[in-house]
Design a protein around this ligand. Structure first.
Ligand code: ATR
Length: 298
C-alpha cells in the first residue's frame, strides 16, 4: 500500500495527484543540494488515508506533502501541529522526527515569501480582495491579515462560505476588517475602489473553458493581480489583466515557495530556490508530468 514512499524518503499524498509538479521541484532541489533522496507521488483515496498514513509514519518516511482533499482530514492523525498549521487550520507538510509527526502549513509562508519575491507592494493599511473561500483562500486571508492589511474583501461563489471564513478569523485579527462581499459582477464592482492586491484563490482557470473569476476591467489601475492558478502558459485572467495594464502573476511562485518551505523544514537548511525554479519551469515547459495546470500545494 505504501510502496510509493519508502523509509526515509519523501513524497506527496493527495487524490488525484497524477499531474503534480512537486517531484520535479524536489528532485531539482535534491540534486542541487547533493541529497540522495527520492520524492514520490502517492495517490491516496480518502477511505485509505488513515491506514496509509500510519503505515508511512511507522517506516518512518522523512516527510510528506499533503494536498487536496487531505489537508484538514490529516490533522487528527498527527502528533502535533506547528503554529502555521494552527493558523490556517490545514496541513500541507508533515515532518517525522523520533517517531513524532508534526504538521506545518507552508502555503502560508509560501504565499508570504512569494509576495516579496514578486515585488508586491507592502500591504500594511491596504485593502485586499480575495476571490474564493476554500483552503487556499484561507491561507491568503491569514497571510494578508498578518501583514497588516486594513481591509480584506472576500468574494466567493457560495457566499455563506465567505461569511464563515470571515467570522472564523475575525477574533484572531481584531484590527482587520474581514468583509464577505457578493461575487456577482454587478455587486462586486461597488467594493473594489482602492484595493491594492487581488488574489485569485478559486480553482477557476484550471480548465480552458472556465470563465474569468472576475472581469479584470473592474479592477482599479495600480492593483496587483495575483492568480494562484498556474499552467504551461499564463492563465487567461493574468493575460487579460496584463492587457489592461495591470501587473499580474500566476501561481508558480507560490508553488515554488511552499515547496522551499517544506525543504527547509525537512532538512533544516536553506532551500536551493534558483535550482527549484529552474526545474519547475522546465517541467512546465516540457509538459513532462502531463501537467495542464494546478493550484498551490499540488
Ligand atoms: P483549495 O484548497 O484549492 O482552495 P477548495 O477548498 O476546494 O480548494 O476551494 C475551491 C474554491 O474555488 C472555492 O472557493 C470554490 O467556491 P465554492 O465555495 O462556491 O465551491 C471555488 N470554485 C470552484 N469552482 C468554481 C466555479 N466554477 N466558479 C466559482 N468558484 C469556484
Amino acid at each position: 500500500m505504501t510502496e510509493g514512499i519508502q523509509r526515509g524518503e519523501f513524497g506527496l499524498i493527495g487524490y488525484p495527484v497524477g499531474h503534480s509538479l512537486s517531484p520535479a521541484i524536489f528532485q531539482g532541489a535534491f540534486r542541487e543540494a547533493g541529497i540522495e533522496a527520492r520524492y514520490t507521488v502517492l495517490p491516496v483515496s480518502p477511505s485509505r488515508l488513515k491506514k496509509t498514513v500510519s503505515a508511512l509514519f511507522a517506516r518512518p518516511v522523512g516527510g510528506i506533502n499533503v494536498t487536496v482533499p487531505h489537508k484538514t482530514a490529516i490533522i487528527p492523525l498527527l502528533d502535533g501541529l506547528e503554529t502555521s498549521a494552527l493558523d490556517v487550520g490545514a496541513v500541507n507538510t508533515v515532518a517525522v522526527h523520533g517517531g513524532i509527526s508534526t504538521g506545518y502549513n507552508t502555503d502560508l509562508t509560501g504565499f508570504e515569501n512569494s509576495l516579496t519575491s514578486l515585488g508586491v507592494p507592502e500591504l500594511s493599511g491596504r485593502s485586499v480582495l480575495v476571490l474564493g473561500a476554500g483552503g487556499a483562500a484561507r491561507a491568503v486571508v491569514v497571510s494578508v491579515a498578518r501583514k497588516g492589511a486594513a481591509r480584506v474583501l472576500i468574494a466567493n461563489r457560495t457566499h455563506s462560505k465567505a461569511v464563515d471564513l470571515a467570522r472564523s478569523l475575525a477574533p484572531r485579527f481584531p484590527g482587520v476588517r474581514l468583509i464577505p462581499i457578493p461575487s456577482d459582477a454587478d455587486n462586486l464592482a461597488r467594493y473594489l475602489a482602492g484595493i491594492s492586491l487581488c488574489v485569485q484563490a478559486t480553482s477557476l482557470g484550471l480548465r480552458p473553458e472556465d470563465p474569468l473569476p472576475v472581469e479584470p476591467s473592474l479592477i482599479p489601475a495600480g492593483c496587483y493581480v495575483y492568480d494562484l492558478v498556474y499552467g504551461p502558459d499564463d492563465t487567461a485572467f493574468v493575460r487579460k489583466a496584463a492587457t489592461l495594464g495591470l501587473t499580474a502573476s500566476d501561481g508558480r511562485e507560490m508553488l515554488l515557495r511552499q515547496a522551499a518551505g517544506a525543504f527547509e523544514i525537512w532538512f533544516g537548511r536553506e532551500a536551493p530556490v534558483a535550482a527549484m525554479r529552474e526545474s519547475l519551469d522546465r517541467a512546465i515547459r516540457s509538459g513532462a508530468s502531463g501537467c495542464s495546470g494546478g493550484v498551490p500545494g499540488a
